[in-house]
Design a protein around this ligand. Structure first.
Ligand SMILES: [Zn+2]
Ligand SMILES: [Zn+2]
Length: 344
């Protein structure tokens, strides 16, 4: 049932290509069977939207949305007024992966919110109920967006690494963009000061932010990774998470990986060349991929967010009204930001 009056039409940002965003009217559709209509309050910008910003998009982008359910279709259990976040992958819930909880590896995925389904930059978004995760009334919706890429992707990548390597003393993070900063923050929350977290980047703005979050920073404009590690009194990294997607970054972390070390690649992009005998077999290292995260991880991460709200909140550095989404993207892509939000 409708909790508040929902208009029949809304104005949504339209990604035109060539780095231009306009606005167009679009109908607000009524939720069908198993669907929820969510009034979006905040949606975080993501580096993966670079393609949509420069090449254009047929759907309304936005895959890091938080909002309030305003209408629920037949055969749903979520009441109007429920606050929560939207998981990107519309998983089937029934395939071999989904039944084991690996919703990020669904073999029968129905779509990706914000990429081939309308996403969270519009005032309303229609989703299947399975991708909505209630977050309670105590977490502000702006901060709740961090449950998605900032905490979700990063928590999953660290968990994957920890399955193969439990005795981590030093964790390395390649890239201090929002996912890199999220990895640093999740590692600090999980391990406390027991584990040194080094983080490397080329952006002084992002390295400053990383330092405030407790990272041992390495400015790659000035020094090589190995040299930076030594300056922090470290020689090897036990678990490395690549969030940069850069081949050179992966390669340099592979070179400083300890025996039994694990490199988790969480950023899409370039390649990695492996000398299997020298890099993998002899030192028994592992290289893993990590794609988004499992829906159920939202629940444990929600508790971490509640317990560490002011600390994690530092990752959000800019907030724009949706009317200023053009400016939001220009700022974000210049690299002088942490996480940037568009709010409705
Ligand atoms: Zn993203
Ligand atoms: Zn599935």
């Amino acid at each position: 049932m409708t909790g508040e009056a929902v208009p029949g039409e809304m104005v949504v940002p339209r990604f035109l290509g060539r780095g231009e965003i306009g606005f167009v009217p679009k109908p607000v559709r009524e939720p069908g069977r198993g669907q929820l209509l969510v009034k979006v309050k905040a949606n975080a910008l993501c580096g993966s939207e670079r393609g949509q910003f420069f090449d254009g998009s047929g759907v309304t982008p936005g895959h890091e949305a938080a909002g309030v359910v305003v209408d629920a279709g037949p055969e749903t259990r979520t009441a109007a007024g429920t606050r929560g976040v939207i998981y990107l992958m519309d998983f089937c819930g029934e395939c071999r992966s989904c039944v084991l909880g690996f919703t990020n590896q669904c073999t029968n995925k129905r779509g990706d919110v914000g990429f081939n389904r309308d996403g969270g930059y519009g005032p309303y978004v229609l989703v299947n109920e399975n991708v909505f995760c209630p977050t309670g009334d105590d977490v502000p919706l702006a901060e709740a967006t961090m449950l998605l890429d900032v905490m979700g992707i990063t928590g999953h990548a660290i968990r994957r690494g920890l399955r193969l390597r439990e005795d981590v003393r030093t964790l390395g993070v390649a890239g201090a963009g929002p996912v890199g900063l999220g990895t640093l923050a999740m590692a600090r929350i999980w391990f406390g000061s027991e584990v040194s977290v080094v983080i490397s980047d080329l952006s002084p703005y992002r390295l400053d932010l990383a330092e405030r979050l407790g990272g041992k920073v390495i400015d790659l404009r000035e020094k090589m990774l190995a040299e930076g590690l030594q300056e922090h009194g470290l020689d090897v990294v036990d678990l490395a998470i690549d969030t940069s997607g850069k081949g050179a970054a992966r390669q340099s972390y592979l070179e400083v990986l300890s025996k039994r070390g694990v490199l988790v690649c969480a950023g899409h992009g370039e390649g990695l060349s492996l000398d299997v005998s020298r890099d993998l077999i002899a030192p028994e290292r592992a290289v893993l991929g990590s794609e988004y995260f499992c829906y159920d991880e939202l629940h444990s991460n929600l508790q971490l967010l509640r317990d560490n709200l002011p600390y994690l909140g530092q990752i959000i550095t800019h907030r724009f009204a949706v009317q200023d989404i053009q400016e939001a993207f220009e700022n974000f892509l210049r690299g002088e930001t942490g996480k940037v939000l568009v709010e409705q």
